[in-house]
Structures are given as C-alpha cells and as structure tokens.
Design a protein around this ligand. Structure first.
Ligand code: SIN
Length: 313
C-alpha cells in the first residue's frame, strides 16, 4: 500500500532552476546547478506542506536551499501551524521578530507582514504604511541572525508586490581578488536604530535598548564553506576602522554589486506560494509597487553567530 505522504511527494525530484521564468527542469539539484543560466532561485515541485515531510525529503529541500539560496513552492495554502511545522523541520524557530509580536498566542513564531498595518515599515511609500522595500537580510541587527526565512503568501495584489532576492555568495565571488582581499578581514556594525527609529513612540525604548552588533563583512557559510558578502543598507551602519567616507563608498560599491540583475531572482507571487531563503547567503527586497493589500506570514529558523574568514576579528 502506498504511504499517503509519499503519494504527495512523487514529483519531488523535479526542480526548475532560475526562479519563476526558466521553465527548465532537472531530476536532481546537483544536475540543475550545471544547467542553470542564473545564479539563484529554484522551484521545488511536488511537495505538500500541509502534511509532515519525511526526513529525506527535508534533506532534499535543504540541499536545494544551499545550492539555490532561495526555493519556491507553489500552491501550498498552509495554515500557520503547518508553516511552523515545516520550518521546524529545519531547526528551532525564533520568535516572530525581536521587536514585534507574533500572529497570536498559539503562533508566536509567525510574523504578519500586512501592507496596511505593518508598523515596522521601513520603505518609502509616503503614507506611513511603508514596507520592506529596501534591500536587506533579515534581522542582522541581532547577534545570531536567523539562518532561514519562510514566507507564505496570504493575500497578493493583482499587480506588483513581487519579492527579489540577491545572491550574496555570487556577489563576493565576482569581485576582483584585490577587493576580496581588502574585504576579508573587515567587520561591520549592524544597528536596529538605523531603521526602526521610525518605530511608533511605544516601541522606541525597545529599539534603543538593542545594542549594535558586529558581524564580518565577509561571512563564511557554516554549511557550505562559501564566502559571501554580509552587509545590507537597512541594518549595516558602517565598517569598523575606516573613515566615514571610506565606509560609505565601500558599502555603496558592495550594494551596487550585490543587486546587479545577473545575481537577482524576482518572484511573482500567487496566493498560497511559499518561499524559503538562506538568510546567510541572500538579501531581499519586497517591491512596493502596488495598490491594495498584501499579506504575508513569515517565520524564521534560528541561526548562529556569523563567522568571517578570520574567525577572531
Ligand atoms: C521580508 O522582508 O522578510 C518579507 C519580504 C516580502 O514581504 O516579500
């Protein structure tokens, strides 16, 4: 008799490289790597996240995540509980956000990102309901930023509201050797106040109490050993030991390089989609180019302290 779980995952091996548009399929992630035109993003087909996943299926998703940095799963329509169960397959979950509560008492891990009431909005939509429309890696203002984020699309506007992800490993790898050498020993400061100062009055003290943290500018991925850039304009305030001008110019150079279209995948959401990204190897941007409401549920898998090429900076 066929185990119902397996009936749901018979197509697991089919992975489309390059995000939403490539259309190519392969039978194994390892083969996909040699075939894709882009450096980031894969669609994993055949999974049903409303049921528990067997360990080897979780391992396959993890392998795809490590290889492609962001994986997309269409048509999932998960409940908050199912999203949490999926996330727990990859590790402990964090609370929803260091500065914001969760969905409800039963789901303290689920962060609601609602374009109409998201109080931590950091973008620039000009109406006080701004959103995450600046490039960032999640929660790098904490000492141990989450290793992965899992986003479920609940309500998607008719047009717009895509999310873009940039490949931080690909960005590092395509810098010239002299610049990589310059960056390798550097340390950057990440500071929540840089962004969340716009927090409503009742949260300001909480933000101010969060001390800035130091992270290597170049992060060595704890699972793959790859080096990636680990700075973002939302939370990185400066690079230590450089003049203000040097820090601003070098960070500006890196941000331009990180967001080059060659290393970016853009996802057109449909309600029910789930995206999971490796927060140690990507940054992302939620395009605020829509009218109407956009509602997402995000959970984050706990991570470790970022380590640079020189482990004792
Ligand atoms: C996020 O910034 O973590 C959420 C991205 C999105 O809403 O598309």
């Amino acid at each position: 008799m066929i185990d119902a779980r397996w009936a749901r995952v018979t197509d697991l091996g089919t992975i489309s490289g390059g995000g939403s548009g490539s259309g190519r399929t392969w039978t194994r992630p390892s083969r996909a790597r040699t075939r894709t035109a882009g450096s980031i993003g894969a669609v994993v087909c055949g999974l049903d996240l409303t049921a528990p996943l067997p360990d080897d299926v979780v391992a396959t998703v993890r392998a795809a995540l490590l290889q492609w940095r962001v994986v997309f799963l269409r048509d999932q329509h998960v409940t908050p509980g199912q999203q949490v169960a999926f996330g727990r397959a990859f590790g402990d979950l964090t609370p929803a956000h260091p500065l914001q509560g969760g969905l409800d008492a039963d789901h303290p891990e689920v962060l609601v990102l609602d374009s109409t009431d998201y109080r931590l909005g950091i973008g620039d939509r000009g109406d006080g309901t701004s959103y995450n429309n600046r490039w960032h890696t999640d929660v790098t203002f904490s000492a141990q930023p989450p290793m992965a984020s899992i986003l479920a699309a609940k309500q998607i506007p008719e047009r717009g509201g895509d999310t873009l992800w940039a490949d931080l490993v690909g960005a590092y790898a395509t810098l010239s050797p002299g610049v990589r050498h310059l960056l390798d020993p550097l340390v950057a400061v990440h500071d929540a106040t840089r962004t969340f100062d716009r927090f409503q009055d009742d949260g300001r003290q909480q933000v101010a109490a969060m001390n800035p943290v130091r992270h290597p500018v170049v992060r060595v991925h704890p699972e793959t050993g790859e080096r990636g850039l680990f700075v973002n304009p939302v939370f990185t305030s400066h690079i230590e030991g450089l003049s203000r001008l040097e820090s601003e110019r070098i960070l500006g150079l890196l941000y331009d390089h990180i967001t080059a279209p060659e290393r970016v995948v853009r996802w057109r959401w449909r309600p029910g989609d789930v995206a999971m990204w490796d927060n140690r190897a990507t940054s992302h941007y939620a395009a605020a180019d829509y009218d109407g409401q956009r509602v997402m549920h995000r959970i984050t898998v706990a991570g470790d302290r970022p380590v640079g090429p020189d482990p004792t900076p």
